[in-house]
Design a protein around this ligand. Structure first.
Ligand SMILES: *Cc1c(COP(=O)(O)O)cnc(C)c1O
Length: 388
């Protein structure tokens, strides 16, 4: 079984590049050049150095003694929360900014929902002295004020998007429109393993540093790897070098929101049907007329109506088991990690932790949780829950 993207940009039937004609030259240029550029010794040297000295990699693989004791099997946390800017997203934005530089692009655009990807993009643009424009729904700008301020401090221009539901998918549409209007000088940094080919593969390669490190940090293979799934980039990074090792069981945790049987959910695999969103064919939460249903999750990073095409494929061929966790379960699991280990996890990562109570692993089995980010950004949500 081939778990990687094929030469036309598909994982099974999923993926592809369903783009407007005007973007064809840009996407084609990326498609023809990305692998050679990324694999060149020059690129690798600079990327590796910055991952080490700027991001702070390798991130530790921490054996969590007290969680292990509580659940009755061996639990390790891959500490992406310790990265510069507080999550795994910087692995990808750093890779893409180097790529943009090599392609001679002077202008960077991005979309953001919660602002985490916007901050990671603004950060690397500051590092490289490149112009940065971030599209963000007007509603999200109100909800995510600290991240908007961070982006501005880092020198980015944040453009409010007033169309549609004024959230992430509208911001993405606006970013695509900008790209169509300024194709020559612009690189569009997409924040997850979504969008037209070659983005899903490119982002997966940049995030694969996570599993590359796990292979070195752990003696032999783990039995389970568990990661939360929004678009699916931290999960792809954690799975990547284990995809062919069939004995390693992979679990992806989606956000059930208030429950998969309510309308307020973001569990794309559980409820979605295949369709095209943001230039790629994959599972989507849509109504009978094919209209996107506005998703809901307590964690902004999982609040996306789609999922990367690789995950749709891994679901169909049963390489990864996808499960879902509610808002309440995630809040509880996040607060448990605070008390048991002194680590405040991002609410996204708390979804992965919450699955531990359902996992039937044996006492000697080793389970890795990809702790995708830290919870500073979620303090008010945790505190509101505690005060209720
Ligand atoms: C953005 C984000 C996610 C979700 O994105 P993926 O592409 O699915 O990884 C998960 N965790 C954190 C901390 C995030 O910031």
């Amino acid at each position: 079984m081939n778990y990687n993207v094929d030469k036309d940009g598909f994982y099974g039937e999923y993926g592809g590049a369903y783009i407007p004609e005007l973007l064809h030259p840009n996407v084609e240029e990326l498609k023809l050049k990305y692998l050679d550029l990324i694999q060149s010794p020059n690129f690798q040297k600079e990327f590796k150095n910055l991952l080490k000295d700027y991001v702070g990699r390798p991130s530790p693989l921490y054996f969590s003694e007290r969680l292990s004791e509580k659940y009755g099997f061996q639990i390790y946390l891959k500490r992406e929360d310790l990265n510069h800017t507080g999550a795994h997203k910087i692995n990808n934005t750093l890779g893409q900014i180097l790529l943009a530089e090599k392609l001679g692009k002077k202008r960077i655009i991005a979309e953001t929902g919660a602002g985490q990807h916007g901050v990671a993009t603004a950060t690397v643009c500051a590092l490289k002295g490149l112009e940065c424009i971030v599209y963000m729904g007007a509603k999200d700008i109100k909800r995510q004020k600290p991240n908007v301020e961070r982006m501005k401090m880092l020198g980015a221009k944040v453009v409010p998007v007033h169309s549609g539901s004024k959230t992430l998918k509208d911001a993405t549409n606006e970013a695509i429109r900008d790209w169509i209007n300024h194709p020559e000088e612009t690189h569009y940094i997409i924040g997850s393993v979504v969008g037209p080919h070659p983005y899903p593969d490119m982002v997966a390669i940049f995030q694969s540093v996570i599993s590359e490190e796990i292979k070195i940090q752990m003696d032999g293979n783990p039995d389970y790897i568990i990661a939360c799934v929004g678009g699916g980039s931290n999960a792809m990074g954690a799975y990547y070098h284990f995809l062919d090792d069939r004995e390693v069981k992979l679990i992806g945790v989606e956000a059930a929101g208030e429950g998969v049987k309510t309308n307020k959910t973001a569990a794309t695999i559980a409820l979605g049907k295949p369709g095209v969103l943001h230039a790629s064919y994959s599972y989507l939460i849509q109504d009978e007329d094919g209209q996107i249903v506005e998703p809901h999750s307590i964690s902004a990073g999982l609040d996306y109506p789609g999922i990367g095409p690789a995950h749709s494929f891994y679901n169909d061929v049963k390489r990864v088991k996808y499960v879902s966790i509610t808002d309440q379960e995630a809040l509880k699991a996040g607060l448990e990690l605070c008390k048991i280990e002194g680590i405040i996890p991002a609410l996204e990562s708390a979804h992965a932790l919450a699955y531990l109570k359902y996992l039937r692993a044996k006492p000697n089995e080793r389970v890795i949780i990809n702790l995708s980010g830290r919870g500073d950004k979620d303090l008010h949500t945790y505190i509101n829950y505690l005060n209720k």
